[in-house]
Design a protein around this ligand. Structure first.
Ligand code: TXA
Ligand code: MG
Length: 330
């Protein structure tokens, strides 16, 4: 299939909306990462998203909306805490898990009785959702297992020829996927950390917000059972070996240099990713840089670890996965 390349003009967005309504697949920018969108209420369309990504079909998708009125067809119950959180953080880089309405197809929810919903702030994403007149189910627009794409070029690298269209929009400003928060239990629980942090959620609600226990574990731990099915798969891995160095600033600097020199002596093409402790800069750059390293034939990527608090915790979650939890502590 030829993948249509669309700009962000009115005509192009209308065309993209029509492709979604007709059951097709359109990749589009959001503020977090590029999404691969299909009509969330069309089970067949959603199935073809799994096929295009090469993704296991028990992994549920995030449904994207542009107006809160769209919740009516999707969600059976809106708890009081959700009203507060929606008022504070939507539109934006955060997804809430609700009890679902019966009309939401199993393909969209991976057979769960809950549904994950996000209202993105990215203007192109919002225009597309409105033009399609549908809620749009969209995982990140990468082949399963590869880093999420944060530019349209990265989408085309994986998806050219596999999907109907890509909207060639702006680079993503956040750069890591949305925070996923389960609101179906007594305590709001973060299933996937993101740009909106636990501290921000606690400030907004005045409630204790928990992390799913799996976020503190490694996938090979005995009792690793993440509530978010996507968290159990291998993720974000470039071809290169990724190694993280943590510790005090000066000892990390020295260790990175030592490891880099040793690798070069062995003739390995090596890159160092050092964002200092600027978590926002790391979030925005990390996935794009992993892909660039692959294109450049890099064999070893050395990364300065971030302090695991606030946004640093969210970005380290991705860094650790990309490294297969290979951490040198100095
Ligand atoms: O920023 C984002 O969230 C991006 C953009 C495109 O919006 N989307 C994204 O989708 O990252 P995806 O499919 O790559 O990740 C969705 C995550 C997975 O970890 C999945 O298991 C979880 O959300 N999820 C979806 N529905 C769920 C549900 N009902 N219960 C628990 N977790 C759910
Ligand atoms: Mg993904």
């Amino acid at each position: 299939m030829d993948t249509l390349r669309l700009d962000t003009s009115y005509i192009s967005i209308q065309q993209a909306g029509e492709i979604i309504r007709d059951g097709g697949l359109v990749a589009f920018p959001t503020e977090t990462v590029y999404g691969l969108g299909a009509d969330a209420l069309n089970g067949e369309a959603v199935k073809s998203v799994y096929a295009a990504k090469g993704r296991p079909s028990d992994n549920p998708m995030i449904v994207h909306i542009a107006e809160t009125s769209q919740l009516a067809d999707l969600v059976s119950e809106i708890p009081a805490v959700a009203v507060k959180l929606i008022g504070e953080f939507w539109p934006g880089p955060i997804t809430f898990v609700f009890k679902k309405m019966p009309g939401v197809p199993n393909e969209t929810t991976g057979g769960l009785d809950t549904v994950a919903i996000r209202m993105p702030s990215n203007e192109t994403a919002r225009r597309l959702i409105k033009a399609s007149d549908r809620p749009i189910a969209a995982p990140s627009a990468n082949l399963s297992g590869k880093p999420s794409p944060t530019t349209y070029g990265d989408v085309l690298e994986d998806m050219d020829g596999r999907i109907d269209a890509v909207i060639e929009g702006e680079d993503c400003t956040v750069g890591i996927e949305s925070t996923v928060v389960d609101l179906t239990g007594d305590v709001p629980t973060i299933l996937r950390p993101g740009f909106v942090t636990r501290e921000m959620l606690e400030d907004a609600t005045g409630m204790v917000v928990e992390y799913d226990a799996a976020l503190m574990q490694k996938p090979d731990d005995e009792d690793f059972h993440p509530k978010s099915p996507g968290m159990k798969y291998k993720h974000y891995s470039p071809k290169a070996e990724v190694r993280i160095v943590t510790g005090s600033d000066t000892s990390v600097t020295a260790k990175l240099e030592e490891l880099r020199k040793a690798a070069i002596r062995e003739g390995r093409a090596t890159a160092v990713l050092d964002y200092g402790q600027d978590s926002a800069a790391a979030a925005k750059d990390f996935f794009a840089r992993l892909r660039e390293c692959d294109r450049d034939g890099v064999e070893l990527i050395l990364v300065r670890g971030l302090a695991e608090n606030e946004l640093g915790f969210s970005v380290m979650n991705r860094m650790l996965k990309s490294a297969g939890y290979d951490v040198v502590h100095v």
